[in-house]
Design a protein around this ligand. Structure first.
Ligand code: HEC
Length: 242
């Protein structure tokens, strides 16, 4: 090795030694965040946002169902008109007509053994949709009161709910008459829903059209399709309550 080369190597060596030895002095104050961290952070935020939009289920409270199976058959929940009607009867009618259907003598007529309940569906539907006023004879006794309306101008039950409650009173306490279907009630509701005044006993049996056909006496099972997700977690009673 030549002398000259040796000297140059030494100089390099010393320079490196100095650099290695003399680190940055500790200093006061803050230094800016390295720009690449900012970029990394921004990229992470962006990715997180995209992920949430794609897999976040729109933050729906039922989106995370532990054993949800998107391939499951759409479940069929069966609620009979009769069962639906029993609930509605207890909530809307039993205060006056009593849970026994016997009413209160002198004030509220009985539904048990009442010909008004088991006769023509149309007059019964009229009584429910628009209410009933004035003197009436039920099961051989006189009454004179006000039966409230449950149609759109009254307590506003839906056709399915009235169909249920009518089916219930026609098939309870020894009464044996056909069910009243939702379709039948939809038709009556179209016809009488806009009427603003209650019926009288004479009026309510006039101009009846042919009795709709339905022969089911046992309490038909009416089928309701619900979304698969709802059916997996919501019991039938909860749906019937709506
Ligand atoms: C606020 C008390 C009251 C409520 C609530 C009530 N009713 Fe009545 N209901 C009466 C009265 C009073 C009459 C008799 C009206 C008259 O004298 O003209 C009557 C008459 C009837 C009749 C015809 C007569 C008979 O006894 O068969 C039927 C049917 C009837 N109601 C069914 C129902 C059903 C179903 C419900 C619930 C959806 C209901 N009512 C809710 C007071 C009530």
């Amino acid at each position: 090795m030549s002398d000259e080369q040796h000297t140059k190597d030494n100089r390099d060596q010393e320079l490196h030694d100095a650099l290695m030895r003399e680190q940055d002095e500790p200093s006061n104050g803050s230094s800016p965040v390295p720009i690449f961290i900012l970029f990394l952070f921004a990229a992470l935020c962006f990715w997180g946002g995209v992920y949430l939009i794609q897999y976040g289920g729109h933050f729906h409270k039922e989106a995370y169902t532990f054993d949800y199976n998107p391939y499951a058959e759409v479940a069929v929940v069966q609620v009979s008109l009769f069962d639906r009607g029993a609930k509605i009867y207890n909530a809307q009618c039993s205060a006056c007509h009593q849970a026994t259907g016997l009413g209160i003598a002198g004030a509220f007529p009985p539904l048990a053994g009442s010909e008004w309940v088991t006769d023509h569906q149309e007059s019964l539907a009229r009584i429910l949709i628009n209410g009933l006023n004035g003197p009436i004879e039920v099961a051989g006794r006189q009454y004179n009161g006000n039966m409230p309306a449950f149609g759109p101008n009254g307590l506003n039950l839906k056709p399915l709910e009235i169909a249920g409650v009518l089916t219930y009173i026609r098939q309870s306490w020894g009464n044996q008459a056909s069910e009243v279907t939702e379709a039948t009630m939809v038709a009556y509701m179209d016809q009488y829903g806009s009427r603003g005044t209650p019926w009288t006993a004479e009026e309510v049996v006039m101009d009846l059209s042919a009795e709709p056909e339905s022969e089911n006496l046992a309490g038909a099972v009416e089928t309701t399709l619900t979304e698969a997700a709802a059916a997996q977690s919501v019991p039938a009673e909860a749906i019937a309550a709506h």
